[in-house]
Unconditional design. Structure first.
Length: 216
């Protein structure tokens, strides 16, 4: 892509910039506004919205990659054709990628931050460290999956890769919402629940009750 003198790692850095800018705006602007107007936006809903932003970012990445492949001089083999001589990029501005990293920032704020907070707040006092370790383990599994699909992360397969990731994430989002939405209806009860040897059974009973209410 045409960078016009911009370093290659500058555009991805917009993700960190967006997190720094959007984080306080959401935490001190959006959430208080919703609370003031008594609009419930509980953790599971926040995580689901975060997942939706990630789906949108991957879908947008697929569109951008398709646009890259539509531009010369090398089309779906950037920098590899004779006309490029290994130095002339496809004629599309690198800044078109910016929304990808901004959308991911929204996803991180709504999903990742909320998920860490939820896991820590709801974990028994004696298991908070273990819960955090499990979250890091899951991140490691995600990194391993990223390495597993790396063979297809090359031209001209990138559109298929991004579209596939977006589709899988969309299915995951739907499954997550269906499977865990009932926890939002008992969020306050979980916060006030005294952790004891019977707490797991108590939580299970509360979830069953919440599911029954949703079904009605």
């Amino acid at each position: 892509m045409e960078t016009n003198g911009v370093p290659n790692d500058f555009v991805p850095a917009m993700n960190q910039v967006a997190c720094i800018v959007l984080g306080p705006m959401i935490q001190h602007g959006l959430y208080p506004f919703l609370n003031k107007h008594r609009i419930a936006f509980r953790p599971i809903a926040r995580i689901t919205v975060g997942f939706i932003f990630v789906v949108a970012s991957m879908a947008y990445a697929a569109v951008v990659q398709h646009l890259i492949y539509q531009r010369g001089p090398c089309y779906d083999t950037p920098l590899e054709c004779a006309a490029s001589r290994g130095a002339v990029p496809n004629q599309i501005n690198v800044w078109i990628q910016t929304p990808v990293f901004v959308l991911i920032a929204f996803g991180e704020i709504f999903a990742y931050v909320t998920g860490l907070e939820y896991a820590y707040a709801k974990a028994p006092n004696g298991m908070k460290t273990i819960v955090q370790a499990i979250s890091l383990l899951v991140a490691g599994v995600g990194a391993a999956l990223g390495m597993a699909i790396s063979p297809v992360a090359k031209d001209p397969k990138l559109v298929i890769m991004y579209a596939s990731v977006a589709g899988i994430m969309a299915i995951t989002t739907i499954g997550f919402w269906i499977g865990f939405r009932s926890y939002d209806s008992i969020d306050e009860e979980l916060d006030s629940l005294e952790v004891n040897s019977n707490s797991v059974e108590t939580v299970s009973e509360m979830v069953v009750t919440a599911d029954a209410k949703l079904a009605v």
